[in-house]
Design a protein around this ligand. Structure first.
Ligand code: SAM
Length: 284
């Protein structure tokens, strides 16, 4: 089921946090990376579904963290939010002396003060390494990491057993491959492969394409029943090789929740891609 233009776009929280950050006069507002439209969709989804346990995967400076916190504070209900980033330091050229998530921390301390909920940063780790600590009952996830395969396709089956019924997953950069005309995009692939209720809003005319760069889906009883389609998407050619250690961690994590058949499919995807990466290296 696809729901077009069903999320009421909310442009205000991004404007508000930008205005607050700019008062500090350090150019902090420039670390808000998400476009106006993408932020409006994210904020609209938060206001529509009013989640209680939020997981952000892919933090960078913390621009999206600050926007999400702004919305949660506007809603004013208790919440628990966790943000994971593989990197301890900000991987933006010229800013590697900043920690990942520094902007979210700044916003918490200097803008929001006492929060209605809690927010915890988990840095230097991938999802399977921290998800047991975070625990189940997650009802809202934003996935915004590498955007190239395998990327976010690895993380969705890893987080699925920890989701509440009807949890909502927002995917950023679902059409990045068209915008940049390059890699096969992991969030776009995941959005296509997953079985769920899917939400997308068309962009206004000022944007290059009508099809958006952000979308969401809501899990239902069919999502876990058809998860093999997400594993099968990993058969596509990977754009980068995660470390061998990361591959092992995902495999061990999948083994805890999925059938031998699905773990075998994952391993075949790993083997085929490993073979082709080695072949490409030998041809260099
Ligand atoms: C596009 S940025 C996130 C932008 C952020 N959501 C925002 O809008 O401000 C991607 C981030 O994902 C992180 N990342 C890459 N691979 C990851 C993984 N497997 N798990 C968690 N974080 C990852 C990178 O270190 C980087 O900081």
């Amino acid at each position: 089921m696809i729901r077009l233009n069903a999320i009421p776009l909310d442009y205000e929280p991004r404007n508000k946090i930008i205005s607050e950050l700019s008062k500090h006069g350090r150019g902090l507002e420039n670390f808000i990376l998400m476009s106006e439209f993408d932020s409006a969709f994210l904020c609209g989804a938060l206001k529509t579904f009013r989640p209680k346990k939020i997981l952000e995967i892919g933090v960078a400076a913390g621009g999206s963290t600050a926007i999400i916190l702004q919305v949660l504070e506007e809603i004013g209900a208790p919440y628990e939010m966790h943000s994971i980033d593989l990197s301890d330091i900000l991987l933006i050229e010229g800013y590697t002396n900043y920690s990942s998530g520094f902007l979210g921390t700044f916003a918490k301390e200097k803008i929001f003060g006492n929060l209605h909920g809690t927010h915890k940063l988990h840095l230097g780790k991938i999802l399977p390494q921290v998800i047991d600590e975070i625990g189940g009952g997650i009802d809202f996830v934003i996935l915004d990491t590498v955007h190239s395969l395998p990327g976010e396709v690895l993380d969705f089956p890893a987080v699925l057993p920890y989701l509440a019924d009807n949890a909502v997953i927002v995917l950023h950069d679902v059409s990045l491959h068209q915008l940049r005309q390059d890699k096969c995009n992991a969030t776009g692939v995941l959005f296509g492969a997953v079985t769920a209720e899917k939400f997308l809003n068309f962009q206004p005319e000022k944007y290059l394409f009508r099809y958006p760069n952000i979308a969401a889906f809501r899990v239902n009883e069919q999502t876990a029943a058809n998860i093999e389609n997400v594993f099968l998407a990993l058969m596509l050619s990977w754009d980068y090789w995660p470390t061998d250690e990361q591959v092992k961690i995902y495999r061990e994590h999948y083994r805890r929740f999925y059938s031998d058949a699905l773990v075998e499919i994952f391993q075949d995807a790993v083997d085929m891609n490993a073979y082709n990466f080695a072949k490409a290296r030998n041809n260099d």
